[in-house]
Design a protein around this ligand. Structure first.
Ligand SMILES: NC(=O)c1ccc[n+]([C@@H]2O[C@H](COP(=O)([O-])OP(=O)(O)OC[C@H]3O[C@@H](n4cnc5c(N)ncnc54)[C@H](OP(=O)(O)O)[C@@H]3O)[C@@H](O)[C@H]2O)c1
Length: 284
C-alpha cells in the first residue's frame, strides 16, 4: 500500500512498555505513526527500529504541561489533515505528591488532563479520518478510586493508589463521554485494562515501592502480551462498531459502578474544560 493510503495512528507514550509494542505492531499492520513523546532520544531510537515499515512523525510533548500539549496539537494540525486512530496510552503512577506547571496533581495531570486537551483538540482530524477510533489505556486499578470531583486537582490527602485509581477511572469516564458525543460522527471510543505488565511502570518508586514491584514481576505479563488488548481495540474489524465499552484480555468487561456513572462523566468533562480553557490550540 502506498504511504498516502495508509491509516494514520497517533500514540502517546510509545517510547516504552505497552505503548512501544503497540507502536511496533501497528507499524507492521500498515499504519503510519505520529509518535507523541516527551523524550526525543527515545523517540529517535523507536523511529530507527520501525525503519521503513511505516512513515513516522515525532511530536515532542510533555503531557503534564498544558502549554506543551497545546503546541503539540498545533504542530499536528500543521502537518496532518486526518487521524484514523488515537491511542491514549501514556501514563504514570507517583509514590509522592507533586504538581504540574499548571498546579494540577501530577498523576491526574498526565493520565487525564493532558490527554483531555490533546483528544478534544484533535476531534476535527479524527472526524476527517476513516472510521476513526480512540483507545484509552486505563487500568483495573480504577476500582481503587475514591472519586470526589473537588479532590482531583489538589487532593487534601495524597495516597498513591487512590490517586492513580482516580486517574484511571477518569480514563473510562472520559472514554464513555466521548463515545456518546462522537457516535454521530462515526468515531468510536473504548477503554481497556492491559493486565499487570512488566514494564518501566513504577520504576521511579521509593525503595519500598520498587521492591514490591520487583517481587511481583514474575507474575506479570510481558509487554508483548500486555499490548494485545490495545492492538485489538485499535485494529480488529470485530470491534469496528463497538463504542463506550471497557475491555480486559480482548473481551468486554463491566467496570466499577462509578465508571458507569453518567453524572461523574459529565462532572469530569466540566472540570476538564475549566482546567484547559486557557490552552485551547489555534487550529491550522
Ligand atoms: N504496567 C502495568 O502493569 C499497567 C497496568 C494497568 C495499566 N497500565 C497503563 O498502561 C499505560 C502504559 O504504561 P506502561 O506499563 O507501558 O508504562 P511505561 O513503560 O512506564 O510507559 C509509560 C509511557 O508513558 C510516557 N509518559 C509518562 N509521563 C509522560 C509525560 N509527562 N508526557 C509524555 N509521556 C509520558 C513514558 O515516556 P518516557 O519513556 O519518556 O518515560 C512512556 O512512554 C499507562 O497508561 C498505565 O497506566 C499499566
Amino acid at each position: 500500500m502506498s504511504n498516502v493510503n495508509k491509516k494514520i495512528a497517533l500514540i502517546t507514550g510509545p517510547t516504552s512498555g505497552i505503548g512501544k509494542i503497540t507502536a511496533l505492531e501497528l507499524a507492521k499492520r500498515g499504519y503510519n505513526l505520529i509518535l507523541l513523546a516527551r523524550n526525543a532520544q527515545k523517540a529517535d531510537a523507536l523511529q530507527m527500529e520501525i525503519g521503513d515499515q511505516a512513515e513516522t512523525t515525532f511530536v515532542e510533548c510533555d503531557l503534564s504541561d498544558l502549554k506543551s500539549v497545546q503546541k503539540a496539537v498545533e504542530k499536528i494540525h500543521a502537518n496532518h489533515s486526518r487521524i484514523d486512530l488515537l491511542v491514549n496510552n501514556a501514563g504514570l503512577m507517583m509514590d509522592h505528591e507533586e504538581f504540574s506547571k499548571q498546579d494540577i496533581e501530577m498523576t491526574f495531570a498526565v493520565n487525564h488532563v493532558g490527554h483531555f486537551l490533546l483528544t478534544t483538540g484533535l476531534i476535527d482530524l479524527l472526524k476527517a479520518g476513516k472510521d476513526a477510533r480512540i483507545v484509552h489505556v486505563s487500568s483495573g486499578a480504577h476500582q481503587f478510586a475514591k472519586f470526589q470531583i473537588d479532590q482531583l486537582v489538589r487532593p487534601e490527602k495524597f495516597s498513591a493508589w487512590t490517586t492513580y485509581g482516580n486517574s484511571k477511572l477518569a480514563n473510562i469516564l472520559f472514554s464513555n463521554e466521548l463515545a456518546e458525543r462522537l457516535q454521530p460522527m462515526g468515531i468510536t471510543s473504548n477503554a481497556l485494562h492491559p493486565g499487570f505488565v512488566a514494564t518501566s511502570f513504577g520504576s521511579g518508586f521509593s525503595s519500598f515501592g520498587s521492591i514490591v514491584m520487583w517481587l511481583a514481576r514474575p507474575f506479570a505479563k510481558s509487554p508483548q502480551e500486555g499490548a494485545q488488548t490495545s492492538i485489538y481495540l485499535a485494529s480488529s474489524p470485530e470491534v469496528a462498531d463497538t463504542t463506550g465499552k471497557y475491555f480486559d484480555d480482548c473481551k468486554p468487561k463491566t467496570p466499577s459502578k462509578d465508571a458507569q456513572s453518567k453524572f461523574l462523566a459529565t462532572k469530569l468533562w466540566e472540570l476538564s474544560e475549566k482546567l484547559v480553557k486557557d490552552y485551547k490550540p489555534a487550529k491550522a
